[in-house]
Design a binder for this molecule. Sequence first.
Ligand code: UPG
Ligand code: MN
Length: 739
Amino acid sequence: MEGHLKMSTTNGAPPPLHTVKPLRRTIFNRVFATIYALAILTLLCYHAKTLIYSTTLLSFLIILSLLISDLVLAFMWVNTQTFRMYPVYRKEFPENVEKVVKRSDFPALDVFICTADPYKEPPIGVVNTALSVMAYDYPTEKISVYVSDDGGSALTLFAFMEAAKFATHWLPFCKKNNILERSPEAYFESNHNCTSETEKIKMMYESMKVKIEHALERGKVHDQYITGDQEWEIFNKWTDDFTRQDHPAVIQVLLDASKDKDIAGSLMPNLIYVSREKSKATPHHFKAGALNALIRVSGIMTNAPVILTLDCDFRSNDPQTPLRAMCYLCDPAIRPDFAFVQFPQLFRGINKNDIYNTEYKRLFQINILGFDGLNGPDYLGTVCFFRRRTFYGTPSNLIVPEILELAPDHVVDKPIQSQSILALAHRVASCNYENQTNWGSKLGFRYGSLVEDYYTGFRLHCEGWKSAFCNPERPAFLGEVPNNLIDALGQQKRWSVGLLEVAFCKYSPATYGVRAMGPLMGLGYAQLAFWPIWSIPIITYAFVPQLALLNKVHVFPKVSEPWFFLYAFLFLGAYGQDCLDFILADGSIQRWWSDQRFWIIKGLTSYFFGSIEFFFKFLGISAFGFTLTSKTVDDEQSKRYEQGIFEFGVHSPMFVTLTMAAIINLISFVQGLVEVFKGNNLEGSFVQIFISGFAVVNAWPIYEAIALRNDSGKMPTRTTIMATLLAGALYTTSSFIFG
Ligand SMILES: O=c1ccn([C@@H]2O[C@H](COP(=O)(O)OP(=O)(O)O[C@H]3O[C@H](CO)[C@@H](O)[C@H](O)[C@H]3O)[C@@H](O)[C@H]2O)c(=O)[nH]1
Ligand SMILES: [Mn+2]
């Protein structure tokens, strides 16, 4: 059969594993970009002219602020165009992989799963992630799952000991019944068959879950759950002075692919718990540090040529996914500079209108196609298959690591539980191992930014590595999203700090990146790095025209002037194209509306406060770490989220600036309307009234949260009072200035 198929392909060429096609809208994008660029230039000339002819200091300052804002918008617009020049779309043929490579020759796969806190990232969730990949349709004994626990928690280890036992039932169950959702939680939530076998396995799962959750509630593994001397010995490592910031390395093989079998008698994958050594005296570099420790530990133990990185909240949604990745990684025509296959970050549980814009369609689904037509997508931190070699220098220059066993092509010839392997694994997981080495600079994941994923992908592309974006119809993975506003904004604030760290380091994409990869890739990366500076135009447009309107000062062209049409074109053109992109990527109008609203919200909150934090960090005044996004759910909050109601509830400086903007815009809009009703000419103030009105429509959930709601997610009174006082102060100051 196989021979027959091979012969039937033309010229005996192997069947295709993947194809790539340009997107049809490319031509339109390019034409529109040219027209829009001319319009921007015209606007900048207009600003320059009015600036030179401004008569008072006040008008000079107003025009200057608008000019700066528009320059920022123009800069970001230029960067964004890079994604619109060569968007492509790929297709894979996983069914052909076995025609090209024998199943027994498939490369081994090391999977890295990161977790960092059992209370913010419940262990049962991490266990689901691990089970979903352990059950892949891929030669099982070639899979090794490494769980990195930066929380150094016995509770997480306990959860995985339980998971190892449960897995011996779960894996054969999935394979026998050819199940698609191989994370038990997702499977039991879906419409599954209710056979006695399913009921039995569900009960096993529930009892494991209860045990794990009990342990979590008590904060301790109950003695009765610890069976045998071996387990005692393991938990004895958690002595009294063992803390999450200070503890020795713990590496525990929970399943051994060379001897552990499932209940049907087939071999299990390797499952290894790793908590690298931590010491308060040594920087640990957060997730990047954890991943580098895993590269080394796995290098010593299994050294698979392919590595899959996963966050603890991303579950496999398709057991065929490794085969899809192999369409690129096993391609006989693979180029030596090929580094990784990135899957999109897709999520489950997003509400209908995606009020917190957690889908990130632009970042994860639209813009990334543009990167894919150039050197390839950036690394998104999770759901990505790497070639191990990528972490060891440039494509043409292998950097030999300190110890021979770590070389990417080293063959491990001892069992993973042998004394020497375990000893070496502990050594490379120690916190001082990286001193005086290239780890974090030339080897492994790169240090220096809180968005280690973005920064690492960027540096790899600068070194000449290439990547591909693999976006199958059935989502390969599904992740979880923050379902309350403060978490969503907090995550964005962390990203903002991390992005600015890259934007203003010596490897800035705008300078170094452009030199290393050419203008398109460089500016594409700059688009991301400079996200936070969007807060300059957003804050300006949220306050300046409104305060001017309140003081009866007109700052935009009259409706009858031709310049008005330039403004109208720039606004409608940008919004129109943005909306079109969104719809073409299967988005709904409502979700697009949330997307644009959240962009404004972030400009007034995350981007702004992130920039301030970055500034403090830059000056060395204070350093902020990696604040985890909480993955726990509160029932009442989830309900409101389901209904699409914004969750405030807690006081935060971010909500203060947001509320201030909402108040000022409402007042200026009302005053604008009053003037119109009084019969004053609308011509001069139209643009300002329009902007205020647009803001008021966007800010509707904020007014509701202040005045119309009574639930625990409403705006805290303290926040409202502070925002009102500050808005009053701002108005008073402005009336002196405009006075
Ligand atoms: O010291 C740390 C901090 C975090 N993590 C892990 O990092 C992952 C991502 O953390 P999360 O709080 O979920 O952050 P998000 O903002 O949701 O994650 C996005 O942004 C991160 C960079 O800021 C990337 O690392 C992620 O892959 C990307 O999904 C989780 O698995 C954590 O367990 C660690 O292992 N060690
Ligand atoms: Mn996350």
